[in-house]
Design a protein around this ligand. Structure first.
Ligand code: GLV
Ligand code: MN
Ligand code: MN
Length: 417
């Protein structure tokens, strides 16, 4: 291959017009989107992606886990595939860039390479993974694809089980199909994901491109404190066994533990439910959803012990029972050196300022990291806002990110020739 590929850029107009079209699907307010996994809006976005891919002459495919992909084949026998992608689902009432940008950029890279007839030694595939945001299971698509999903993940999901069953049925998916979506790592040349940072660092430092070095691990638990229901006005404050006291005390303690002992970590209690949930009845059950994150395995393990031990202590303090359900985890990962170097070279070739960065958010790349060489490209998020309709990335940064993806993919592809 001659060196003309170094001057290749994505088609900015087409990329922008696709972005604008995609933002209309599941539009929420003026600047948000709401495309929870396997909802009508999400399915429409996926059909739109496949339609665009077919119009560009790409081959489309849907696997048993509902992952949607578009392929540009290189026609070399036994060639490996370089995957690029992210997710088209969003959190309910979320933003336009999280996930969607990575899928669109991957599609645009494939189209640019196809129309410029760039000869490649690898197949290229743009992939949209199912349920990254975890409204149902969390990482359903990339965990199934990378062989990490278990039957237990489907029978005791982090979201609502009935909703999961209904949505799978609607999408024509089954547990058997999902578990059979496991890829053959031997066929993969690597995985690249472009994503908005979702934090404030790149913007604050005036950096164009973040080269992700590590992705934080995340663990999720459901904690249920169990007390005794009774009349809210007649049982003495000393004698009552109020489940809400345990869950509330733990919620405050978790914050303190992280602030004082694990300053680089994060914890979140994002859901709280009381039963029976009435003004005048002492809560018998208090259920909370706990998530905690760390980029490093030793901290991740220690934080888990500290939080779960404290959860038990608060149960004992208020004379309550406690049921701890582990609902899954994604371990902290370090991304591939070769991929990081290729992203650095691509950024330099485009005159962009880059810096290494740790991802505090979870990404499908984390599921892929132990399956094939994996790299992640971050672009700045205005004010670090994400998972909100106010999520914003300047358009020039989106174009920069897509061009870095293109130039990185080319560098990886060449290494296979
Ligand atoms: C995904 O957005 C996550 O970090 O939870
Ligand atoms: Mn995302
Ligand atoms: Mn997200």
């Amino acid at each position: 291959m001659d060196s003309n590929w170094k001057n290749l850029r994505i088609n900015e107009q087409r990329f922008k017009s696709d972005f604008d079209e995609l933002c209309q699907i599941g539009k929420f307010g003026a600047t948000g989107v709401s495309r929870p996994a396997l909802s009508d809006a999400h399915s429409e976005a996926r059909r739109w992606f496949h339609r665009k891919a077919r119009e560009a002459g790409l081959i489309t495919h849907i696997d048993g886990a509902g992952n949607h992909s578009a392929r540009l084949e290189c026609n070399r026998k036994g060639a490996k595939s370089l995957l690029m992608g992210s997710h088209l689902d969003s959190v309910p009432n979320g933003g336009r860039y999280d996930g969607a940008l990575g899928v669109l950029a991957a599609l645009e890279v494939l189209r640019s390479l196809k129309e410029n007839n760039i000869p490649l030694a690898v197949n290229l595939e743009a992939i949209d993974f199912t349920d990254e945001e975890g409204i149902l299971v969390s990482f359903l698509g990339s965990f199934a694809f990378s062989g990490k999903l278990t039957t237990e993940d489907l029978t005791n999901p982090r979201g609502n089980r009935l909703e999961l069953e209904n949505r799978l049925k609607q999408a024509g998916m089954s547990a058997e199909g999902i578990l059979a979506a496991r890829c053959d790592p031997g066929t993969l040349a690597g995985y690249l994901e472009l994503h908005v940072e979702q934090g404030p660092l790149l913007e604050a430092q005036g950096v164009d491109i973040g080269i992700v070095s590590n992705i934080s691990g995340i663990s999720f638990y459901r904690l249920t404190y169990i007390g005794k229901a009774g009349h809210a006005g007649t049982i003495s404050m000393q004698d009552r066994r109020d489940a809400s006291q345990g869950s509330s005390a733990f919620t405050l303690a978790a914050r303190q533990i992280v602030l004082e002992q694990f300053p680089e970590c994060f914890s979140n209690v994002g859901v709280a439910r009381y039963e029976p949930g009435l003004f005048n009845v002492i809560p018998e059950k208090a259920e909370i959803a706990l998530e905690f994150r760390s980029a490093y395995m030793d901290q991740f393990t220690k934080l888990k012990s500290a939080l779960l031990q404290r959860a038990e202590e608060e149960a004992a303090r208020f004379n309550l029972g406690l049921n701890i359900e582990f609902l899954g985890q994604r371990i902290p990962v370090e991304l591939d050196e070769t991929m990081r170097h290729a992203i650095l070279e691509a950024s330099e070739s485009l005159g962009l300022r880059s810096a290494p960065i740790i991802s505090r958010a979870g990404h499908d790349a984390q599921a892929m990291a132990d399956v094939c060489p994996t790299g992640m490209i971050f672009i700045p998020s205005v004010a670090g806002i994400s998972h909100s309709p106010d999520e914003l990335t300047h358009w020039q940064d989106c174009v920069n990110g897509a061009n870095v993806l293109l130039q990185t993919a080319l560098r990886i592809a060449i290494s296979f020739s």
